[in-house]
Design a protein around this ligand. Sequence first.
Ligand SMILES: C[S@@+](CC[C@H](N)C(=O)[O-])C[C@H]1O[C@@H](n2cnc3c(N)ncnc32)[C@H](O)[C@@H]1O
Length: 264
Amino acid sequence: MWRRDSCRARSGACILKRRIHLFEFNDWAHTPEVLRQAETDALRGLESLAGVPKALAILLNRLIAQLVPDRIVDLASGGTGPLLPALGDYDVEVVCTDWFPSSRAARLVARHRPSARYLSEPVDASAVPESLTGLRTLINALHHFSDDDARAVLADASHAGQPIVVVELLNRRWRDLAMTCLIPLGVLAVMPFVRPSFWALVATYLVPVVPLMVGFDGMVSCLRSRSQSEMLALTTGLDGLTWTTGAQRAALVHLTFLVGVPTR
Ligand SMILES: C[S@@+](CC[C@H](N)C(=O)[O-])C[C@H]1O[C@@H](n2cnc3c(N)ncnc32)[C@H](O)[C@@H]1O
């Protein structure tokens, strides 16, 4: 069942009343590409470990049944995250995009899912090309945007009249913050299963830069995350879409989501 408000219900107290937007390596233009791609590949592995694809599938199946999209445009795809396993055998065109496109993920997508492609040119989630119509997905990425930028992402979808689903994996709760302390161990465990590059293996097991970097970014992501009401507040005045929020339990995390569908 979709569950309403995320922060206090059931799973512990909020850490901070307001989100804080600290530095993340993943956002930094100077982060070497090999580390950035190793991080987003590791995230795909961690998301699988946390049961995100299964929980996301429940949410996407409902939306797909309602909207019957002929294309899914994934924004801020990184290493493609949980989207492709969540779609399973569902036959739909998928276009993955990112401001820092991952050439490794692009090769994997091309090899393993013929109906999917990963654009090699940067796409800003707040300025999606008009030709890319379809259901937009933004998974585990809204926390990368300040309130103004996040609103611009949602406004772009609203002005284009394109449906969007935004999914966040962490909440500003002690439980989630404690869990992020285990991320470095999780990275050590999942890295062999995400088809890592040689240098990603070196930077994981020989000099453990990647586990520490993903762990640090995970903690900051937790403090940057938004509750359902904070997500909904970003949509004020964006009347091109009708907005709803909810939560969906996964094995190790609670997904918080915001959905915008064209207003009839
Ligand atoms: C935490 S990763 C999430 C990747 C993937 N969706 C997942 O679930 O594993 C966040 C992604 O947001 C991307 N990103 C940050 N700012 C962006 C922007 N303005 N437009 C598009 N993508 C952006 C980063 O490059 C990064 O790949």
